[in-house]
Ligand binder design. Structure first.
Ligand code: SAM
Length: 277
């Protein structure tokens, strides 16, 4: 039985009171995601990423118009994935975006393999803003980060983070910790010989002076409070991106880009192939 046949077999859901709508809407919130152990993936791009990463997709809900334009994607869905047509009104009720592109999916959270001796770790202390977190994860994936330690803050699987990360949140090995958990990780990283770099606006060594080819943990802090003092105290060095005094600091996701990509730049310059995630 082909996927396209599956789609036409069932009638589109047309009522917002359908129980499936409530179940998928519950995935907007951390509690619903925790209880169901599922994520909501909105839009064609995230569905493509989920398929590329071979995530376990339980359900794809799509408008008839989307289905008629995406035959190849429909055909690529695993047979265990339920394909459910729905009207545009139902799609809009399920999605968090104002103009959904006609498809949402629901699947299990990813479980990428964790490298026990990573060469490049990004550690985030209480990042609150979903847009910042998503943007940062996208850059982290581009920069060859092998592991992300997240102490408290925004849920990396919130729909807005997934969208802002362009799917990078699905591809990166993420570990969610509390403050003490991150402290312990930093102690362990120090014992394992990784250099731990605290980032600060206006204090520390300019980032380009460091040797980023060494195994490294890069620590970034909360949007308002910065990096917690006791975490910064565990770092081997403070690094900074120098800028004018017209601003006190940079947006954390903006600051992350040159810092994360400096390692890539230095390794390219030395002709070493940077570790891929
Ligand atoms: C908006 S800043 C926090 C500002 C906060 N008032 C403070 O005292 O740190 C958020 C994070 O972005 C990073 N950051 C911002 N500007 C930076 C800069 N010029 N150099 C290095 N990191 C920076 C740091 O990780 C910082 O903790």
């Amino acid at each position: 039985m082909s996927a396209t046949t599956r789609a036409s077999d069932s009638e589109p859901i047309s009522s917002r009171r359908n129980p499936l709508v409530g179940r998928l809407r519950d995935l907007h919130e951390p509690r619903g995601r925790r209880q169901q152990q599922r994520l909501l993936l909105e839009g064609t791009h995230l569905l493509q990423e989920a398929l590329r990463l071979q995530l376990n997709l339980e359900l794809v809900l799509a408008t008839p118009e989307w289905l008629s334009c995406h035959g190849a994607l429909v055909a690529a869905l695993p047979t265990v994935t339920r394909l459910q047509p729905a009207t545009a009104e139902v799609l809009a009720a399920v999605a968090t975006t104002l103009s959904p592109d006609g498809v949402v999916a629901c699947g299990e959270p990813p479980s990428p393999a964790i490298n026990p001796s990573p060469g490049f770790v990004l550690a985030l202390d209480r990042l609150q803003d979903p847009g910042n977190l998503g943007t940062l994860l996208r850059t982290a994936l581009a920069a060859g980060v092998e592991q992300v330690w997240l102490a408290d803050g925004a849920d990396p699987y919130a729909p807005k983070v997934l969208r802002a990360s362009s799917g990078a949140a699905l591809a990166l090995p993420l570990e969610r910790l509390d403050h003490e958990g991150l402290r312990q990780r930093l102690l362990g990283a120090g014992a394992a010989g990784l250099q731990r770099l605290a980032t600060r606006a206006g204090a520390g060594q300019p980032y380009w002076e460091l040797d980023w080819s060494r195994p490294t943990v890069l620590l970034l802090g909360n949007e308002a409070a910065g990096l917690a003092e006791d975490l910064a105290a565990l770092a081997d060095r403070s690094v900074t991106i120098p800028h004018s005094q017209a601003v006190e600091s940079l947006n954390v996701a903006v600051a992350a880009a040159p810092l994360l990509l400096e390692r890539w730049r230095q390794r390219q310059q030395r002709g070493a192939a940077p570790a891929a995630t």
